[in-house]
Design a binder for this molecule. Structure first.
Ligand SMILES: Nc1ncnc2c1ncn2[C@@H]1O[C@H](COP(=O)(O)OP(=O)(O)OP(=O)(O)O)[C@@H](O)[C@H]1O
Length: 380
């Protein structure tokens, strides 16, 4: 009998029987978290890598000759992603030019240390590395933002700014495809969160393996969409990959933390629930949207035009102020689906030293949904 602890989060060591259930010849060293199969190291590597290859090929994520930027934070997910993409690219001749792209948010004692890991990964995987910083792009570091806006909204600021920073970093490299290490647990959490807060618009998109905005040159994909976090940790552990394991110094998004706990409890009872939730998210068919009700406000001068209330409760800007994807932000000149991009709205709030005005005026919804609802209601 051999024993191994799959993650530091698990308290009980897992007991496995002597022989691998796949090769029937080598000693089993683990129970596979996804289906509790008893496997030896070699068979685990094989099934883990093959499943990711199958995800990539069945979703047709890449074409030969593509340049792909790997969003590299130095953490376990993106480090394993870089390692696996290098392995699969060589094994199956994908013909990809792989580049590491890191965003330095400016978090002392956290991001500076994790970037040191990415710099080592650059040498280990022999990939070019591009580092783009919030300070250069926005003239703010996350440390400065938190000292101005407080810790509570840190994930909201960071998420909006990082999304744009990854796009801009890729554009700088002339690359139109960014892959990230978002895994099956992240996807299932997002589905749960969107269900729990009734965010139908986000629910529809939350299971896409690839997201693209009309008019934006940069697409994003998640090759680990079906890969369990515990298996990523096991793979990194057995392969002795060099990754940074400290959590961000700022508070995690509160509601996501709750969804994560819920998912962990469900997974403990039924390991397949992560895949089942993703499957449900992929196959949910949403009722067609109800016809919009137009509400005319008396004080048109103040609101400047008609505002539409949609069936899901969100508010649309008046027609003449609507902007489509592919437009340019009037302030920073980067692509935006609004007249002013979300990053510039947040930064303008910071400049005026009143960041909470733009994100804290709706207590019924949380995090990114709260921000997006608020942004929808802004008039320019
Ligand atoms: N600073 C960054 N620079 C580049 N990419 C990033 C950065 N932060 C996050 N990402 C990308 O977004 C993915 C999800 O990030 P998240 O913050 O949820 O971290 P995570 O789940 O801990 O992932 P990781 O273990 O890779 O840090 C990462 O796997 C990575 O691909």
């Amino acid at each position: 009998m051999a024993t191994i602890t799959t993650t530091t989060m698990e308290k009980k060591p897992i007991k496995v029987s002597a022989l691998c259930e796949l090769c029937h010849s080598r000693k089993a060293v683990m129970k596979r978290p996804k289906n509790l199969q008893k496997l030896c190291k070699e068979c685990f590597y094989h099934v883990f890598e093959t499943e990711i290859h199958n995800t990539i090929t069945s979703a047709k994520l890449f074409s030969p000759g593509d340049s792909v930027a790997i969003g590299a934070s130095g953490g376990k997910d993106s480090t394993v992603l870089a390692s696996i993409l290098k392995t699969l690219n060589e094994r199956y001749n994908y013909g990809l030019n792989l580049v590491l792209l890191s965003i330095d948010e400016g978090i002392k004692g956290y991001r500076d240390d994790s970037l040191a890991t990415v710099k080592r990964n650059q040498k280990q995987y022999q990939m070019p590395l591009e580092i783009v910083s919030y300070k250069d792009l926005y003239d703010w570091t996350m440390d400065e933002i938190v000292s101005c806006a407080g810790i509570r909204s840190s994930c909201t600021y960071c998420g909006v700014l990082r999304r744009q920073a990854l796009d801009r970093g890729a554009a700088k490299l002339g690359i139109n495809h960014v892959v990230t290490g978002h895994n099956a647990d992240d996807m299932a959490e997002t589905v749960l969160m969107n269900i729990l807060r009734g965010d139908v618009a986000r629910l529809e998109k939350s299971c896409s393996i690839m997201t693209e905005s009309v008019g934006s040159p940069v697409k994003r994909s998640k090759p680990f969409k079906y890969t369990y976090q515990k298996e990523i940790v096991l793979y990194a552990h057995y392969k002795k990959l060099d990754y940074f394991s400290t959590e961000c110094s700022y508070a995690p998004e509160a509601f996501r933390g709750t969804a994560r706990e819920l998912l962990k409890s469900l997974e403990a009872i039924r390991p397949s629930c992560i895949m089942d939730i993703i499957y449900s998210g992929e196959h949910l068919s949403l009722a067609p949207k109800k016809k919009k009700t137009t509400v005319s406000y008396k004080n048109k001068k103040k609101l400047n035009a008609e505002t539409e209330i949609n069936s899901d409760g969100s508010v649309s800007l008046p027609k003449k102020q609507e902007f489509k994807d592919g437009n340019i932000c009037e302030k920073c000149g980067y692509l935006s689906s609004n007249k002013i991009c979300k990053a510039c709205i947040l930064l303008a709030g910071l400049e005026m030293n009143r960041p909470k005005v733009s994100i804290d005026n709706n207590t019924a919804i949380d995090g990114a949904a709260k921000l997006s609802k608020t942004l929808e209601q802004l008039s320019f």
